[in-house]
Design a protein around this ligand. Structure first.
Ligand code: NAP
Ligand code: G4F
Length: 326
């Protein structure tokens, strides 16, 4: 039985990746942070919590990283842990740099010390392209991050490349474009929208406050994107890959489609809120996943309208339960 350690298993991607690894017959270890309330909601939603061996670990604490590696003795480590919310990175840039940037250096050092034969996946981000230097973006596009989060991800990306080149680690960076699902955090724009649409439809909420509706994102479906992470670590050689849908849509299009799904006109409910605009914005992201298609045999399957529908329907089911409990 192969052994994998997933950091950030309590997040959206961690939950879906754990599900995939279990289905591939892995012994799955996952790390969590101490919290005043249990953070395992997503693993419970997928019905897999009991099949995972959970270990306490914080990317800010080197000792806890070493202990998690020693306890799990993994062949593969997937680093999904991060302060991952761009908006918060403007408010907490130092923390974001420490967790999302330096945290990866801590983990790479620990792997080098404990077992340099471990295969390592780093969750790099299309946010590193920021003010994009070409359209579409691929593995050769120069980076120009526009947020403390993007800058931190760029540091951890290059550390991953550097540990591969300097020490021969089997280290891969997946440069993933935005991927969403019913398990997306409610602070990210797609889930904020799908949740609000469902709650408005059922009379639990009367409006939705949003910032920049003109930004364009390349949105895909998260369960498909974690397959690409796994595929990267199954190759003969390590490498870096752009994972994207290849399409791009304005935030406003997501809003329109989501309200359309429940037969409402978005203009009657959406309120523009200046405070939700970012100090520096990423205006346009659209990725070219040709290398992943060629080398990994990976390609996206879920279309943009399907993604919106999946998310709104899941939130309608949640809102119906909420309405019943009131
Ligand atoms: P997410 O839902 O925000 O999950 C982040 C995970 O990191 C959570 O499990 C969180 O734990 C954990 N974490 C936060 N700070 C930590 C710390 N100091 N030590 C240890 N764990 C910590 O993010 P996601 O959407 O699943 O994304 C997974 C990874 O891919 C992240 O690195 C993200 O930056 C990157 N990424 C995401 C996308 C996307 O569109 N989703 C695109 C590109 C890259 P708690 O549950 O305790 O908060
Ligand atoms: O959903 P978002 O917060 O995602 P963002 O900033 O693109 O970051 C996500 O994708 C990255 C990959 O490119 C990941 F690395 C990162 O971890 C995260 O998963 O915002 C999307 C867009 C932005 O342009 C934002 O300004 O939506 C715009 N937006 C407009 N109103 C809003 C809102 N974003 C949020 N979160 N909340 C709003 O009310």
């Amino acid at each position: 039985m192969k052994r994998a350690l997933v950091t950030g298993i309590t997040g959206q991607d961690g939950a879906y990746l754990a599900q995939l690894l279990l289905s591939e017959g892995y012994h799955v270890f996952g790390t969590y942070r101490r919290s005043s309330h249990p953070p395992f909601e997503r693993l419970e939603y997928l019905g897999i919590k009991e099949q995972i061996e959970l270990l306490p670990m914080d990317l800010l604490d080197q000792g806890s990283i070493l202990r998690a590696l020693e306890a799990s003795e993994p062949e593969e480590v997937y680093n999904l842990a991060a302060q991952s919310f761009v908006q918060v990175s403007f408010e907490q840039p130092i923390l974001t740099g420490n967790v999302t940037g330096l945290g990866v250096a801590r983990l790479l050092e620990a792997i080098r010390q404990v077992n340099p034969g471990i295969r390592f996946y780093q969750a790099s981000s299309s946010e590193m392209f920021g003010k994009v230097q070409s359209i579409p973006q691929d593995e050769k596009t120069p980076f120009y991050p526009r947020s403390p989060y993007g800058v931190a991800k760029l540091y951890s990306h290059w550390m991953t490349v550097n540990y591969r080149e300097a020490y021969g680690l089997f280290a891969c960076a997946g440069i993933l474009f935005n991927h969403e699902s019913p398990l997306r955090g409610t602070e990210f724009v797609t889930r904020k929208i799908s949740r609000a649409v469902a709650r408005i439809k059922l009379g639990l909420q009367d409006h939705l406050e949003l910032g920049n509706l003109q930004a364009k994102r390349d949105w895909g479906f998260a369960p498909e994107y974690v397959e690409a992470m796994w595929l990267m670590l199954q190759q003969d050689q390590p490498g870096d890959y752009v994972i994207a849908s290849g399409g791009t849509h304005r935030v406003q299009e997501f809003v329109e489609k989501a309200f359309e799904t429940v037969g409402l006109d978005w203009r009657e409910y959406v309120v523009k809120q200046e405070a939700l605009f970012r100090p520096a914005e990423v205006d346009l992201l659209v990725g070219n996943p040709a290398r992943a298609r060629r080398d990994l045999g990976w390609q996206p399957k879920t279309s943009f309208p399907e993604l919106v529908r999946i998310m709104v329907e899941a939130d309608l089911a949640r809102a119906a339960k909420e309405a019943l409990s009131q």
